[in-house]
Design a protein around this ligand. Structure first.
Ligand code: NAD
Length: 251
């Protein structure tokens, strides 16, 4: 496809990122899955290729400036200049404030915020050149505050201000920026939360479902559907928004 757009999804090896990558590939984009875990990135890319899509998996550490520059250059060479960026890579290092180490604070802020900054700064030049782009950032319902997540909540609230500022600065170049703030989504990440609370994962999910208006937890595809919308041509007048995707209202 001559005019096929290229998308980058960070943390695309598994979980929500993998679902977004698969969805964008099904939407017709060439997809680069960038992940610290290159085995996961490669195998997810292979499953997209087997399903008839176009995808590659590459290793990146989004918090490392040189790694980001090399990965984006490799994507540009292999798939064409990226004009869709999904900043999805993330980690948890949960603890109560009085027990939280400086490393746990720095790592979480580093992957989420510094990572989204480095990736967006690197990819925006291709978007500005094309006079078209879509940036989708993963925030979280934890941005509203969550016990044991002072680092993660700060990072995810930061993603919202970051998104709105990208929307203002890049809008004149045809680039939109929006954030998705998921509630509880069933992935390996939330499995670690259940383990921290010493609960079997199924019990944790069943218990959480009771408090969600639609009476279920979210699946990665619930988030992929929203990312697909924000990345679409038709969403060109939607920018600087934060959409909570949590099976009910949150604010
Ligand atoms: P996950 O742990 O399953 O996947 C995260 C991916 O990011 C992994 O493949 C991991 O290797 C990758 N990654 C971590 N550090 C990286 C780095 N420095 N560079 C590149 N890749 C890195 O998590 P998930 O549940 O799929 O979450 C995806 C995103 O959604 C995260 O930003 C998370 O904070 C956010 N989120 C998740 C939930 C949820 O309930 N699962 C809720 C709200 C927001």
């Amino acid at each position: 496809m001559a005019d096929q757009k290229t998308a980058i999804v960070t943390g695309g090896g598994r979980g929500i990122g993998a679902a977004i990558g698969k969805r964008l590939a099904a939407d017709g984009l060439a997809v680069a899955l960038l992940d610290l875990n290159d085995d996961d990135a490669t195998s997810t890319a292979a499953s997209i290729t087997e399903a008839g899509g176009k995808a590659i998996g590459l290793k990146v550490d989004v918090a490392d400036e040189q790694s980001v520059a090399s990965a984006v250059a490799a994507v540009t060479e292999q798939l064409g200049a990226p004009t869709v960026l999904v900043n999805n890579a993330g980690i948890l290092r949960d603890n109560l404030l009085f027990k939280m180490s400086v490393d746990d604070w720095d790592m979480v802020l580093g992957v989420h915020l510094r990572g989204a900054f480095l990736m967006s700064r690197e990819v925006q030049k291709h978007m500005v050149e094309a006079k078209w782009g879509r940036i989708v950032n993963l925030s979280s319902s934890s941005a509203l505050g969550n016990r044991g997540q002072v680092n993660y909540a700060a990072a995810k609230a930061g993603m919202q201000g970051f998104t709105k500022t990208l929307a203002i600065e890049l809008g004149p170049f045809g680039v939109t920026a929006n954030a998705i703030a998921p509630g509880l989504i069933q992935t390996a990440m939330t499995e670690t939360t259940a383990a921290r609370l010493k609960m079997p994962f199924d019990d944790f999910l069943a218990e959480a479902s009771k408090g969600i208006p639609v009476r279920r937890v979210g699946q990665p595809d619930d988030i992929a559907a929203v990312a697909s919308f924000f990345a679409s041509e038709g969403a060109g007048f939607v920018s600087g928004q934060v959409l909570y995707v949590a099976g009910g209202p949150l604010d």
